[in-house]
Design a protein around this ligand. Sequence first.
Ligand SMILES: [Zn+2]
Length: 430
Amino acid sequence: MDERLRYTVRYAQENSPFYRKWFREKKIDPREIREHEDLLDLPLISGASIRQNQPPVTHEFMFKSAGWEDIFTIHETSGTSGIPKSFFLTWQDWMRYAEKYARIFVSQGFGTGDRVIICASYGMNVGANTMTLAARDIGMAIIPTGKCNFPTRMITSYQPTAIVGSVFKLLNVARRLKKEGYSVAESSIERLVVGGESFARESREYLAELWQKEVYNTYGSTEGTMCGECTEIEGLHVPEDLVHLDVYDPELKSFVTDGECGRAVLTTLIPVGGHCGTLLLNYDTEDTTVVLTRQPCPCGRTHMKILNPQREAETVWILETPLNRVDIERGVFQRDNMDYLTGEYEAFVYQGENDDDILLRVSMECKDPELTDRNLVSENFLKSFLTNKPRLADSYGINFDIIFNFTTPGELELYRIKGRPRRLVDRRDK
Ligand SMILES: [Zn+2]
């Protein structure tokens, strides 16, 4: 793979205006980057680097690393700052992205004859489109609904064997079908694939229970990561021949060893002789993960496995404690709560009356608020939440409080906002 790295660096020097300038300004001799370890000595770039090196900030797209005659599609990732990052894909990039998804599908037991509903959206991001292309190599049929409110006849008529979507979309489908008197457990669906966002173990377990099927995780991004769980469901395989991944701790300002948590840092690997529309070296994804193992997997694959990445953008800090959306989700999805809740939730952090006081308000959607055992739900939430956050447990009832709000279906604030729902929002004055 070091040969691919050397080729990628040379390709960057010759074709990426950004990296040409970066090598020069950082006094990096690209010829001295010979193996993966050499990347650890280089600085990182981030999403901000991309935003600051594209119109309207610069005249040209500095990250675009192929001529227009080579660019097949243009993509944008929304990000939380609201300014999209532009990505350029050549047809070769499409083939490599599709290859990564094809491998993931195969590692999850997919094969010829499978029929797959894709609820992930077909938009300016690459996921749904490249998954569709991946199906061609496997001999699967894709039903590209692009959203989760497809009619039930899609299931009864086409007898699909799998659905791809986010945890919440798939919970939503199960709920809707049940309302129509249809048993999802007895449907033609054999497996579910979730992706697009991180989730708590508890919410996946609940999804698997509702559908009575295995649920596999994928982690894809326009940057080209595409990692997936195999049938072992014990971490996500990284396609190490097409992307190199390191883990970096911004606090320590250094790369960390396997088993330690940090940000996933990516480097594209272009096969020798290949072209690439947007290549990235030492790119900080701002998603946190852990390298779980580099040992061969019982599934037969040898690529390293990582923990399901979490988005740093979905983390807020309370009393020196990081609080991720998934921490809230874990509390909501405690098994006994799910007799009363739909799983939809949102949480807001407020400043208390004194400057040091912090209030977390958690709203949970109930199947029926009147019939909900609110004490039980609150206690289950607190037990899970405070056990995982000892610093907050110490402050609980002193200068940190949680209030619970139980809503009827459709009443959460997130339903009134378009786009990706934000389930953890910091409303303190900055
Ligand atoms: Zn495996």
